[in-house]
Ligand binder design. Structure first.
Ligand SMILES: [Zn+2]
Length: 128
């Protein structure tokens, strides 16, 4: 498995453990990440694997993705049928963004998709 390319400097990232990135968060120390130290960009891996969750993100993109999650998650999280509600919400979002469901993961989004997601969720929130 080749480490993902850093989208900022186009160099290979490096596989590291969570203690490198979050020295004060012990619960993350065993988790794997891909890091580009010069760009201070990273991405986490799927649980107990070294498969990256998405594309490396720098500080601005990490903040944008957090904001997108904060806008999107309430649309399904409080539903009693969480699993279906989550699937429905991601189906809706992929249609709105005109992207395949397989690409509809906030961890894969760039800045523009993140801000579009926030707009869409706010508009949807106003409707209901
Ligand atoms: Zn880089």
């Amino acid at each position: 498995l080749k480490p993902p390319i850093c989208p900022y400097c186009k160099q290979d990232s490096k596989l590291v453990k969570g203690d490198t990135i979050y020295p004060h968060q012990k619960d993350l120390h065993a988790k794997s990440f891909y890091l580009c130290a010069p760009c201070n960009a990273w991405v986490g891996c799927h649980p107990s694997s070294i498969a990256p969750l998405g594309i490396l993100a720098d500080k601005d993109l990490r903040r944008a993705r957090r904001t997108a999650h904060l806008a999107l998650d309430p649309l399904w999280r409080n539903d009693t049928t969480r699993r279906q509600a989550r699937a429905r919400t991601y189906n809706w979002l992929s249609r709105q963004l005109c992207i395949p469901l397989s690409e509809c993961h906030i961890g894969m989004f760039d800045l523009e998709r993140c801000s579009r997601t926030v707009q869409l969720c706010e508009a949807k929130g106003r409707q209901t």
